[in-house]
Ligand binder design. Structure first.
Ligand SMILES: [Zn+2]
Length: 245
């Protein structure tokens, strides 16, 4: 059993026992603050609109240059996202869905199909990005699976990334493994493993209940206990095993 399998087994056991798995692997790493891990500032960002951490941006530019020689123009459409931005998205959707008559539970379930909870998005880390090929005609909605496969406009880029992205440090997060739970397959979302792996490891030491409780989110009575643990297990930890510490 490798470490990743061991980790998953431990966490599944923890959730079965209704104990918090979040401190199980507490370690002494302190290179990122809670603020940095939850989108509340303090990261060294670079890019036209502060899109990625400086080191991530440099690796991204190298990958971009390599792809360019093959006629592929990789562009970030979504990189770093602040806590405030994620909270605004959450609250707007919550208002809309509850106005339509849904319960808090239903509204939150609907929000989480396409958005994350503020404070626990990988986009808070400055290591993750959603990318397209800017050399192609742009569809109305760019982040759709069909564009990245078959005769989709980004399928040439995706085929190139499948071979080359990992050599630049970028890994697909929400892969198309059939047994995976949590977020759906996202062929556009890549993460810079050399930094996101240690960040996830540190993120796992944070008390998630406190982060959520401090956020004073609408429907917060739903966002705790077994609901929050399941979200954590499926949406945060059930990802490409290469990205699990
Ligand atoms: Zn994304």
């Amino acid at each position: 059993m490798n470490r990743s399998e061991f980790l998953k087994g431990m966490l599944l056991t923890a959730i079965g026992l209704h104990i918090t798995p979040l401190s199980v692997f507490a370690n002494n790493q302190t290179s990122y603050s809670t603020a940095q891990l939850t989108g509340k500032g303090g990261l060294d960002l670079l890019g036209s609109s502060q899109q990625l951490q400086k080191k991530v941006w440099k690796a991204y530019e190298e990958m971009q240059a390599a792809a360019k020689s093959k006629g592929i123009n990789i562009q970030v459409v979504s990189g770093y996202r602040t806590y405030a931005r994620q909270k605004a998205i959450y609250e707007a959707k919550y208002r809309r869905f509850t106005k339509e008559g849904r319960s808090a539970e239903e509204a939150i379930a609907e929000i989480l199909k396409y958005s994350t909870l503020p404070g626990i998005s990988r986009h808070h880390w400055g290591t993750d990005m959603d990318i397209i090929d800017a050399n192609q005609p742009q569809p109305a909605s760019v982040l759709e699976e069909e564009h990245y496969h078959g005769d989709g406009v980004y399928s040439k880029m995706k085929a190139w990334l499948d071979i080359h992205s990992e050599s630049f440090g970028f890994y697909e997060v929400y892969d198309n493994s059939e047994s995976r739970k949590g977020f759906q397959y996202e062929p556009w979302h890549f993460s810079y493993k050399p930094i996101s792996l240690p960040m996830l490891e540190e993120f796992m030491c944070i008390d998630l209940d406190t982060i959520i409780a401090q956020g004073d989110l609408s429907g917060k009575h739903v966002l705790k206990g077994s609901f929050l643990h399941r979200y954590y297990m499926e949406n945060i930890l059930d990802i490409n095993p290469e990205l699990i510490p």
